[in-house]
Design a protein around this ligand. Structure first.
Ligand SMILES: [Zn+2]
Length: 72
């Protein structure tokens, strides 16, 4: 069965296409990418230092101090 790719409007044969309804993986990713990009803008990830557990923060701090002692 012939159909049109919704991205590039190319005519494709659905019986030989695994990326239905797209003509290729590239068009499938383009469609997904457009959707994901839109989603990404609204849910901007926030990286906060508060997210780091107290133990990890102390380990980072002590690690830095130890490095300074080695230099001196
Ligand atoms: Zn296409």
């Amino acid at each position: 069965m012939k159909y049109q790719c919704p991205i590039c409007k190319k005519t494709v044969d659905s019986t030989r296409n695994t990326d239905f309804p797209f003509c290729s993986e590239r068009c499938r990713m383009l469609d997904l990418g457009a959707w994901a990009a839109e989603k990404y803008v609204v849910s901007d990830p926030i990286f906060d230092e508060e997210e780091i557990p107290e133990a990890d923060r102390r380990a980072l701090h002590e690690g830095g101090r130890k490095n300074n002692d080695t230099v001196h």
